[in-house]
Design a protein around this ligand. Structure first.
Ligand SMILES: NC(=O)c1ccc[n+]([C@@H]2O[C@H](COP(=O)([O-])OP(=O)(O)OC[C@H]3O[C@@H](n4cnc5c(N)ncnc54)[C@H](OP(=O)(O)O)[C@@H]3O)[C@@H](O)[C@H]2O)c1
Ligand SMILES: C[C@H](O)[C@H](N)C(=O)O
Length: 258
């Protein structure tokens, strides 16, 4: 840690929830390693972060590329950064009927949401000191089969299971938290090509700053799970109240574009 100020790594920091989480961590006095593909957005974020008096390190990296993890490790080595926090936030969705989706887009999504998160975590764990934190970003739709987000929701089910197991293995040295956002007002929907039903948006949509604040507060309070928003807490437990065939039909109703 440079002059004893802890460093936090946030992937997917160029926009949305990750950008807001990075800003909150900077306000709390942490240095930031911010990772994404869009350099212009990372550079403006760097300026914002450093206005809080902390250092920041921009790593422009496409996490779906094989070399990404080693490239990140090389930068950390060069700058002598041993992160105290790792937030695996980078992720994307793919909306639509699975059989009609583009196989390369499916592959990229699964590589980002599953492989990159897993391998980056594996590479960074040895660098996190006792008392450090890992947060993995899943989703409230990880808890049940979700037609029209079939592969995406399943990738978030992986994150849920992986993160919960890691929480057990790394406790009490490293605190592992899992974030389950519900619908959040970010670029996610532009990227996933989902058109949201207006009534669903007004009922469910939360802001990225709201989700980020709940996420960071929960993580630093050693919470194992964070599900921002009461409606999301209720809906993420649907599986306890109803059989799978009902929850799957319900999710299809919520997501199918009429
Ligand atoms: N928004 C929601 O409703 C919602 C709900 C539940 C869970 N989530 C999860 O929340 C996380 C953050 O998403 P968001 O809602 O904040 O959406 P977002 O605004 O689209 O942010 C996604 C971030 O990931 C980065 N990213 C995408 N592909 C990448 C790649 N190949 N390599 C490196 N970085 C990449 C993006 O930056 P670049 O494009 O610059 O690379 C961006 O910074 C995701 O894991 C998402 O699945 C979102
Ligand atoms: C798909 C759902 O609306 C939410 N954006 C999610 O990522 O889980």
């Amino acid at each position: 840690m440079t002059n004893n100020i802890p460093w936090a790594i946030v992937t997917g920091a160029s926009s949305g929830i990750g950008r807001e989480m990075a800003k909150i961590l900077a306000q709390k006095g942490m240095n930031l390693v911010i990772i994404a593909r869009t350099s212009e957005l990372l550079v403006t974020l760097k300026t914002d972060l450093e206005s809080f008096g902390v250092q920041s390190c921009v790593i422009c990296s496409d996490l779906t590329k094989v070399s990404a993890i080693n490239d990140i490790l090389q930068v950390l080595e060069e700058k002598d950064i041993n992160p105290y926090v790792l937030i695996n936030n980078a992720g994307c969705g793919l909306f639509g009927t699975f059989a009609q989706q583009n196989s390369q887009e499916i592959s990229n999504m699964l590589t980002l949401n599953i492989q990159a998160l897993t391998l980056l975590t594996h590479a960074i764990i040895p660098k996190i000191p006792p008392g450090g934190y890992i947060m993995n970003v899943s989703s409230i739709i990880c808890f049940q089969a979700t037609p029209y987000y079939a592969a995406y929701a399943a990738s978030k089910s992986y994150v849920d299971a992986f993160s919960q197991a890691l929480q057990y293995e790394l406790s009490p040295n490293i605190h592992v938290s899992t974030l389950y956002p519900g619908m959040t007002d970010t670029r996610f929907f532009e990227t996933s090509h989902q058109v949201i039903k207006p009534w669903l948006k007004s009922l469910m949509m939360k802001s990225a700053p709201f989700v980020a604040k709940k996420a960071i507060t929960g993580m630093l309070n050693n919470k194992k799970t964070m599900t921002p928003g009461m409606i999301n807490k209720i809906s993420s437990n649907l599986g306890y109240y109803m059989p799978n065939w009902i929850t799957t039909k319900l999710m299809a109703f919520l997501f199918k574009n009429r």
